[in-house]
Design a protein around this ligand. Structure first.
Ligand code: NAD
Ligand code: ZN
Length: 359
């Protein structure tokens, strides 16, 4: 009945704080086979940050292109198997990038100690043993993956996280200087994830003061960043959005997401749309669930000249819409929160298909 949540063990916050990483890692270096695995967003290959990664000759630095698809179970299993074959079990995993990289770092840290394929562990508390030390450095703000207790993976059957206390990072470094280069469209889509987390956490049966306090603060910061007098990409707002991301993540952790995230999971699983973009596609049509927040989100996009496509469903087959509706329907915790315990009396596959047809 009462949720009992694990939080990140340690957090460093501040512009330039990336440089604290070397000292933080020093005391962990002698664990396991005495090397670190760095997983880094491919965007940073050849950029200044590459030179600042505190990797020694014994360490492995893997640059990963996150754009073709969201992290998959197969990708995690392969990465784990290759690293073990090359050097054994690392002292720790360091993820430097967005939600995709952070989920890869979290998932692989668990899979170094849990046997078999990660598909076996998609769900709540299925992981058997604690993973290895893992440290996250977000470079784009909004998903809350830096603070959440899940590592979302797309597998052959489902898109579902490895969710347990051990998934949570041991250490996070919040250095918003790293987010300065995010292009404006990604800055909006990913930032809107924290906006939507906060709205959805509030609009449902699991809403509570603890969750709401984080959500309200995340929303206030999002408003400053996207529509306030000082709106736009600048150092102060990069700081604000990085904190908003974390607070939106905590808000949903202590409550739940809802209709938009259920639809978004269908869009990602069946059509391969990325999470934050898929959320925006869905949220713009959910006035009857989320009221004025829908107009507010649209105004944030308009202010920064980002337009979302309309009429997409005209090009989808009935099979695709049905498949997406089935993915969304099979997220009962989200409907239960958004609609109530009797949600099955109000929401059917057909209801969800009609929601997709709005897109
Ligand atoms: P991402 O990691 O997929 O990256 C988005 C894009 O931004 C990529 O092109 C990347 O190269 C680029 N990028 C990142 N940092 C940059 C920088 N500093 N400068 C320039 N470009 C940069 O994006 P995301 O939106 O943060 O994450 C989405 C993923 O997070 C999805 O896979 C989703 O399933 C997952 N997610 C996880 C949770 C969780 O709780 N674990 C919550 C929400 C979403
Ligand atoms: Zn989300």
């Amino acid at each position: 009945m009462y949720k009992n949540f694990k939080n990140i063990d340690k957090v460093v916050f501040g512009r330039g704080s990336f440089s604290a990483m070397e000292g933080i890692l020093a005391e962990k270096r002698n664990e396991n086979n005495r090397f670190f695995l760095f997983v880094v967003d491919n965007y940073f290959k050849g950029k200044d940050l590459e030179q600042r990664i505190p990797a020694g000759p014994q360490d492995i630095v893997r640059f990963i292109d996150v754009d073709p698809h969201e992290p998959t179970t197969e990708q995690i299993d392969t990465l784990r198997d290759e690293v073990i074959a090359e050097k054994g079990i690392p002292a720790g995993v360091i993820g430097i990038g967005g939600g995709s990289i952070m989920d890869i770092a979290k998932a692989v840290s668990l899979m170094f100690t849990n046997e078999g394929s990660s598909t076996l562990y998609q769900g709540l508390n299925l992981i058997k043993k604690p993973g290895i030390y893992h440290l996250g450095v977000p470079t784009i703000s909004g998903t809350g993956a830096e603070v959440s207790m899940t590592a979302v993976l797309t597998g052959p059957v489902k898109k579902l996280g490895l969710k347990c206390d051990w998934t949570v990072f041991n250490q996070v470094i919040l250095d918003s200087e790293l987010a300065a280069t995010v292009p404006v469209d990604k800055w909006l889509y990913t930032g809107m994830d924290t906006y939507i987390h906060s709205i959805e956490a509030e609009c449902g049966t699991l809403n509570n003061i603890y969750s709401l306090a984080y959500g309200d603060q995340a929303l206030k910061l999002c408003r400053d960043v996207y529509v306030g007098p000082n709106a736009g990409q600048n150092p102060e707002n990069d700081d604000k959005l990085m904190v908003a991301s974390m607070m939106g993540g905590l808000s949903l952790t202590y409550s739940e997401v809802g209709v938009c995230h259920a639809l978004s999971y269908g869009l990602s699983k069946i059509l391969g749309e990325k999470h934050c973009y898929a959320n925006c596609l869905a949220f713009q049509h959910l006035e009857d669930y989320y009221g004025d927040a829908v107009n507010e989100l649209k105004s944030m996009l308009v202010k920064h000249n980002v337009t979302l496509p309309q009429g997409l469903s005209k090009n989808w087959s009935d099979e695709q819409i049905t498949a997406m509706a089935e993915v969304a329907y099979n997220l009962p915790h989200m409907w239960n929160h958004a609609i109530g315990a009797d949600w099955k009396e109000k929401v059917t596959i057909d209801t969800i298909k009609k929601l997709y047809e709005r897109l």
